[in-house]
Design a protein around this ligand. Structure first.
Ligand code: NAD
Length: 355
C-alpha cells in the first residue's frame, strides 16, 4: 500500500450522511475507506453496491457494539482517523422505543472510543500526532430555543428527546476520553440535513413522497417548530474540514443558516410539486396539508452560530436552499423505485412517536 494513502474508518457509511461522505471520499485520490455499518432499516444498500466498484473501499457489515470485531478491524486496517456516524437517528422512533438508541449511540460509541484509544496509544511519531476521532453529533443536544438567539459551542446541554439524550451522552463520553485519556477527538454538531437518499421517515422526503402520491401531509402541531436546514453535501464538506483543520478537543457547529418553520417548508415543497407535476393534480398540493397531534416534547426551535467553524475550519455552507430543495424534490421524483422499495419492505409512511 502507498504510504501516502490516508486510511479512514467510517462508521455508518451506508446511512444518509455516511454514504454522501463515503462518496465524496472515494472521489479523492489517495484515500482508502473502511465502512463499518450494521445495515439497519435506515441503511442504503444501493449505495453499498455503488461503492463496491471502487478499489479503495472495503465494507464490513457489523455492529459498532461488537468489541472484538471493532478491535480486529482497527488492528487490520490501522486507520489514521475514525469518522463516527453510526447511530439510531430518528427522534420519533426513539420515543417509541429508546433501547436501541442507548445501545448503539452510547454503548457503541463507548466501544469505539476504547478501541480507538488502544489503537492510538500503539501509534508512534507523526501517525500518533495526526490521528483523529471525529464524532458526528447534532444540534439537538442543546435543547430548544425561543424565538431569539442561537446555539453556540458552549451552550449548555439540555436534550429533550431520547434520541438527543443518547447523542448528548455520546458527546460527553467523547469529551471524557479526550480530557481523561488524551484521545485526539473533534466533535461536530450539525443542524437538520436534507438531500438525496434520505430515509422516507424524515420530514422532507416524507412530504415529497406523500404529496407526489396525493396523500395527506401530516404536519405536527401548528407547524410552527423551526429548524435550520443544511444540504448534506455542505455537512460532509464541513466534516472533512473538521478532520483536516479542527483543533483537538474542540467542538464545531455546522449549520445551513436557513431557518424555516415546518409549515413554511411543507408549503415550499408543495409549490415545487405543483410545478413539477403540473397537469397531474387539479388542486394545489397545499390542500393535502393536515395538522396532526404534536410530537411529545417537540423542541420549538434550533438555530446555530457557525462563526467558529467559519473562522477555524475555513468552512461555510454553499448550497443555496431554494436550489438544493428543488434538486432534492427532483431526485425523489426521478428515483421512485428507490423509495417504493423502502415503502414496500421497511416503512410505509405510518405516524411514529406518539406516546
Ligand atoms: N440527519 C440529520 O439531519 C443529522 C443531523 C445532525 C447529526 N446527525 C448525525 O449524523 C449521523 C448520521 O445520520 P444519518 O441521518 O445519516 O443517519 P441514518 O439513520 O441515515 O444512518 C445511520 C447508519 O448507521 C448504521 N448503524 C446504525 N446502528 C449501527 C450499529 N450499531 N453499528 C453499525 N452501524 C450502525 C445504519 O445501518 C445506517 O447506515 C448520526 O450520528 C446522526 O446522529 C444527523
Amino acid at each position: 500500500m502507498n504510504s501516502n494513502t490516508q486510511r479512514l474508518l467510517v462508521t455508518g457509511g451506508a446511512g444518509f450522511i455516511g454514504s454522501a461522505l463515503v462518496q465524496m471520499l472515494l472521489a479523492r485520490s489517495g484515500v482508502r475507506v473502511l465502512n463499518l455499518d450494521k445495515v439497519t432499516y435506515a441503511a442504503n444498500p444501493e449505495a453499498l453496491e455503488r461503492f463496491a466498484q471502487s478499489a479503495n473501499y472495503r465494507f464490513v457489515r457489523g455492529d459498532i457494539c461488537d468489541r472484538p470485531l471493532v478491535e480486529r478491524l482497527l488492528a487490520e486496517f490501522r486507520p489514521q482517523a475514525i469518522i463516527h456516524l453510526a447511530a439510531e437517528s430518528h427522534v420519533d422512533r426513539s420515543i417509541d422505543d429508546a433501547a436501541g438508541f442507548l445501545q448503539t449511540n452510547i454503548m457503541g460509541t463507548h466501544v469505539l472510543l476504547d478501541a480507538a484509544l488502544a489503537h492510538w496509544r500503539a501509534l508512534e511519531g507523526s501517525e500518533r500526532e495526526a490521528f483523529r476521532f471525529l464524532h458526528v453529533s447534532t444540534d439537538e443536544v442543546y435543547g430548544s430555543l425561543g424565538s431569539e438567539g442561537l446555539f453556540h459551542e458552549d451552550s449548555p446541554y439540555m436534550p429533550n428527546s431520547p434520541y438527543s439524550a443518547s447523542k448528548a451522552s455520546s458527546d460527553l463520553l467523547v469529551r471524557a476520553w479526550h480530557r481523561t485519556y488524551g484521545l485526539p477527538t473533534v466533535t461536530c454538531h450539525a443542524s437538520n440535513n436534507y438531500g438525496p437518499r434520505q430515509f422516507p421517515e424524515k420530514l422532507i422526503p416524507l412530504m415529497i413522497i406523500k404529496a407526489s402520491r396525493g396523500q395527506e401531509l401530516p404536519v405536527y402541531g401548528k407547524g410552527d417548530n423551526v429548524r435550520d436546514w443544511m444540504h448534506v453535501s455542505d455537512h460532509v464538506r464541513g466534516l472533512l474540514a473538521a478532520l483536516e483543520r479542527g483543533k483537538v478537543g474542540q467542538t464545531y457547529n455546522l449549520g445551513g443558516g436557513v431557518e424555516l418553520n415546518n409549515l413554511e417548508l411543507v408549503r415550499l415543497i408543495c409549490r415545487l410539486l405543483d410545478k413539477e407535476l403540473a397537469g397531474r393534480r387539479a388542486e394545489p398540493h397545499e390542500e393535502l396539508i393536515t395538522f396532526v397531534p404534536d410530537r411529545p416534547g417537540h423542541d420549538q426551535r434550533y438555530a446555530l452560530d457557525i462563526a467558529k467553524a467559519e473562522r477555524e475550519l475555513g468552512w461555510a455552507p454553499e448550497v443555496e436552499f431554494a436550489q438544493g430543495l428543488a434538486d432534492t424534490v427532483g431526485w425523489y421524483l426521478g428515483n421512485r423505485a428507490w423509495w417504493e422499495r423502502i415503502l414496500n419492505d421497511r416503512y410505509d409512511g405510518v405516524r411514529l412517536g406518539l406516546v
